[in-house]
Design a binder for this molecule. Structure first.
Ligand code: PEP
Ligand code: MN
Length: 337
C-alpha cells in the first residue's frame, strides 16, 4: 500500500503518522521530499482499512499496490484450485456442468430431468428449494420438502446436488444435506451469510452480484475463505447494464480476468445471463471457448409449465445436443467433458 501525503506537511506530523502505522503492524518506508512525501507500507496490509488512513488530515491519497484479496489471489497461490465434490472435480481438466430446473417442483420432475442430464454428461444436479423471487407473490420454492426431493434424486442417480441457501436458519441442514451450497447473486454481498458458510467445509458456489465489480466479487469470495472455507467456485451469471433486450449482460471478460487474478475455478450461467432459452447454446459455447471451468444451465422437461424461469430453460434433448457440441470446443481448449 502507498500513502501519498499532502504538500508541505510538517515533519512531526509525518513522524506521528509513521508511528501510528508502525503500531498497526506494518513496516513503513518513507520517501521524504521537499514539498511532497510518500509512505510505502509493506507486510500484511490486508487488515489495514484504507479509509481509516485516508481520514488523517495530512493524507492526500491511499493506493493499493497489491489487490485487497489475499486468499483468493493467484499471486499467493499460483496453482489453480480444484474443488472436489465427492468424485466430481471442479477446476481440473474436465469441465464441470451443473444442470437442472430453476426450482424443484416435484420428485417426478426432478428425477426425469436428472436422469436425462446425467445421460448427457452433466456432473451436478441443480434445483432451487428456496427461491429468491422479485415478487413475494411468485412461487417461493418448496422449501425443506424440495430439499428432501433433491436428496432422494441424488440417491437414485448418484448426482451431487447444488442448491441455494438464502437464510442462516437453514445453514446446518444444508451443511448436512447438500454437496454444494449456492449463494445467489442477491446475497453475494450478504457478508454475515458469507462468513457463516465460510465456517463450514462444504463447497460454495458463489454467484456474481448483478452490480458487482470483479474486485467486489473476489472480496466476497475472500469473506468465505478468510473464515477457513477455501472451497469456493465462482459463477458469472450476467450483470445489469443499460441493455434491456437480455435479462442481464453476460460479462465473459470476467473469465480471463479471474484466470489472471485468482486460482479459484469459475463457471458461467448463460441461462440467468440471457433470460432466453435460445441464447443459452451460443453463450455456453462462448463461455467454454473463453476458458470457463464449467457451466450452470437450467434444463426443464416442460418449460411452458415451469414454476420459475421456463423462458430461459432448455429441454433435455437440446441440452444433450449442446453437450455434444461443447465436447468439441472443450477439445480445442485442451479440456474435456
Ligand atoms: C438460480 O441459480 O436459481 C438463481 C436464482 O440465480 P441468480 O442468483 O444468479 O439470480
Ligand atoms: Mn432460475
Amino acid at each position: 500500500m502507498v500513502v501519498i501525503l499532502k504538500n508541505n506537511v510538517k515533519q512531526e506530523e509525518i513522524q506521528g503518522l509513521i508511528a501510528h502505522l508502525t503500531g498497526l503492524g506494518v513496516e513503513v518506508h518513507p520517501i521524504i521530499g521537499n514539498t511532497q512525501s510518500i509512505l510505502g507500507l509493506v507486510g500484511d496490509t490486508s487488515k489495514l482499512d484504507p479509509s481509516m488512513i485516508q481520514s488523517h488530515r495530512i493524507v492526500e491519497k491511499v493506493m493499493y499496490v497489491q489487490e485487497p484479496f489475499k486468499k483468493a489471489n493467484k499471486v499467493f497461490h499460483p496453482e489453480n484450485s480444484v474443488i472436489s465434490v465427492k468424485d466430481h472435480l471442479i477446476g481440473g481438466k474436465a469441465l464441470s456442468v451443473m444442470a437442472g430446473p430453476c426450482s424443484v417442483e416435484s420428485y417426478e420432475q426432478v428425477l426425469e430431468i436428472a436422469k436425462s442430464i446425467k445421460a448427457s454428461g452433466a456432473g451436478v444436479l441443480r434445483g432451487g428449494a428456496f427461491k429468491p423471487r422479485t415478487s413475494p407473490y411468485s412461487f417461493q420454492g418448496m422449501g425443506s420438502e424440495g430439499l428432501e426431493i433433491l436428496k432422494q434424486v441424488r440417491k437414485e442417480t448418484g448426482l451431487p446436488i447444488v442448491t441455494e441457501l438464502m437464510s442462516l436458519e437453514w445453514l446446518d441442514k444444508f451443511v448436512e444435506d447438500v454437496d454444494i451450497i449456492q449463494i445467489g447473486a442477491r446475497n453475494m454481498s450478504n457478508f454475515d451469510l458469507l462468513k457463516e458458510v465460510g465456517k463450514s467445509k462444504t463447497p460454495i458456489l458463489l454467484k456474481r452480484g448483478m452490480s458487482s465489480t470483479i474486485e467486489e466479487f473476489l472480496m466476497s469470495a475472500e469473506y468465505i475463505m478468510s473464515e477457513g472455507n477455501e472451497n469456493v467456485i465462482l459463477c458469472e451469471r450476467g450483470i445489469r447494464t443499460f441493455e434491456t433486450y437480455t435479462r442481464n449482460t453476460l460479462d465473459l471478460s470476467i473469465v480471463p480476468a479471474i484466470k489472471k487474478l485468482s486460482h479459484l475455478p469459475i463457471i458461467v450461467d448463460p441461462s440467468h445471463a440471457a433470460g432466453m432459452w435460445w441464447m443459452v447454446e451460443p453463450l455456453a459455447k462462448a463461455a467454454i471457448a473463453a476458458g470457463a471451468d464449467g457451466l450452470m444451465i437450467e434444463v426443464h422437461n416442460d418449460p411452458a409449465n415451469a414454476k420459475c424461469d421456463g423462458q430461459q430453460s432448455i429441454k433435455p434433448a437440446k441440452f444433450d445436443a449442446l453437450m455434444t457440441k461443447l465436447k468439441k470446443i472443450a477439445e480445442v481448449e485442451e479440456r474435456e467433458i
